[in-house]
Design a protein around this ligand. Structure first.
Ligand code: ADP
Length: 417
């Protein structure tokens, strides 16, 4: 509001106007006056007053008309009605058209001053409130704008993420498809190769040993040895391809289980006996309780045990004992495979079950493998509702535990893609 509030005084009696003007000027107001209602209406249209004091009855019009004109053009302007006599009716009339207050003529100087001062204060507060409201509205608009730009950015980011997700899903689908096709395509020739190799080996061995009355052919010995190496390598390749096929089946949800009663103690004996044939530096022992029977898919559980014992051999290059312990545990059965090998660092105990995970450790890297065995084992155990985990205290070797429930319970079948 202006430093010097602007006041308009309207009264058809010249003396009243002059007196009021004098009084108000002393209080520091900038006072304009008129004795005409018509003139007054024009003045309040043309400029904004802070306060308008007007007589109710004017010779050429009505004070209420002046009030209306003020309200219409500058609704923030405070108006005070002057009435010739004190009546409830005139007071109500004035207040009804929006007058802030009214004064009865002739009014006391002090009353006039304080009423005008209050009116001006009211005007100041009103203006302040209005500017606050304007500020608030601006802030509100900013918030709304910000909000909508934020929403737009969120929408954009979401759309981008969705697109990436779709791309990833497509890539993942292609990867699974590739895995499936590649492993099937590889499987056929490798099966043929190992068949032919077996036949060739048998023939060369016979010729080299001198069967059927023929003399032994010493010169075939190195050929025989080379063929044996090729045959062993082919076997390794075939096992890797089988693992790839398994992963592919797991990932596409095509792995099938046929459940039946399996005595895990007997199974452990079998696996131990077979695996013992592959090593001379390790002693594979079984410690078992009788009656460790669960309902499970025998072939797949055998595959898990094979994996664990193969790893136990592979990752204890210095040899040593490997113990398969089978016992009843928590309503089901627990099988543990303990070796005295290179051990597993604490921080890798979980990640080794990941797809294609291989330890960055040199000692582990030196062994052939693709990091699929434990991933497959975990999937198989999970599908039985069981649990597989590893323990290792560094140098002292590792122990892998498989806990299977008595009957398979709500395992986590892989989601088909
Ligand atoms: P792979 O043997 O083909 O690498 P696995 O999934 O069977 O794949 O094993 C994953 C990793 O876990 C191995 O590379 C090795 O680092 C670690 N690991 C598994 N078994 C043992 C074990 N008995 N002792 C030490 N490390 C092991």
């Amino acid at each position: 509001m202006r430093e010097q509030p602007k006041v308009l005084v309207v009264d058809d009696e010249e003396s009243v106007v002059v007196t009021i003007k004098a009084i108000l000027q002393l209080d520091g107001y900038d006072v304009a006056t008129t004795t005409s209602g018509v003139e007054a209406r024009k003045m309040v249209r043309d400029q904004e007053f802070d306060l308008v004091l007007t007589d109710l009855r004017l010779e050429d019009g009505d004070g209420l008309e002046v009030l209306r004109a003020v309200r219409e053009h500058f609704p923030e302007t405070v108006t005070i009605m002057l009435t010739g006599y004190a009546s409830l009716e005139s007071a109500i009339q004035a207040l009804r058209v929006g007058a802030y207050d009214y004064l009865v003529k002739p009014s006391e100087v002090e009353e006039l001053r304080s009423t005008v001062a209050r009116g001006i204060e009211r005007r100041r507060l009103g203006l302040e409130l209005k500017s606050r409201v304007v500020e608030l509205e601006r802030a509100n608009k900013e918030i709304v704008d910000l909000n909508s730009s934020l929403q737009r950015r969120i929408d954009e980011a979401t759309a981008e993420l969705k697109e990436r997700y779709e791309q990833l899903k497509e890539l993942d689908r292609m990867k699974s498809q590739f895995l499936s096709i590649a492993s099937h395509e590889l499987k056929t020739p490798i099966t043929a190769m190992s068949g032919f190799l077996q036949v060739a080996l048998r023939r060369v061995r016979r010729m080299s040993d001198g069967e059927g009355g023929q003399p032994p052919n010493e010169s075939l010995r190195p050929v025989l040895e080379q063929l044996e190496v090729v045959y062993r390598q082919t076997g390794k390749l075939a096992r890797l391809i089988d693992e790839l096929l398994d992963v592919s089946r797991i990932q596409t949800g095509r792995i099938e289980f046929r459940y039946g009663d399996v005595d895990l103690g007997e199974l452990a004996d079998e696996v131990a006996m077979r695996m013992q044939l592959t090593t001379t530096t390790h002693q594979i022992k079984v410690k078992r309780e009788n009656g460790a029977v669960v309902t499970a898919d025998r072939d797949h559980i055998e595959q898990v045990l094979n994996n664990l014992v193969t790893n136990a051999i592979k990752y204890s290059p210095g040899g040593g004992s490997i113990v398969i312990a089978v016992g009843r545990d928590d309503g089901g059965v627990r099988v543990s495979v303990r070796d005295q090998g290179i051990g597993i660092p604490e921080k890798e105990l979980e990640s080794i079950f990941g797809l294609f995970y291989r330890s960055p450790d040199r000692a582990a890297r030196d062994q052939a493998g693709m990091g699929l065995g434990l991933y497959i084992s975990k999937e198989i155990v999970n599908r039985h509702g069981g649990r597989i985990w590893a323990e290792s205290n560094g140098e002292g070797g590792s122990t892998f535990h498989v806990a299977l429930p008595r009957v398979p319970v709500g395992g986590t079948p892989p989601t088909p893609k």
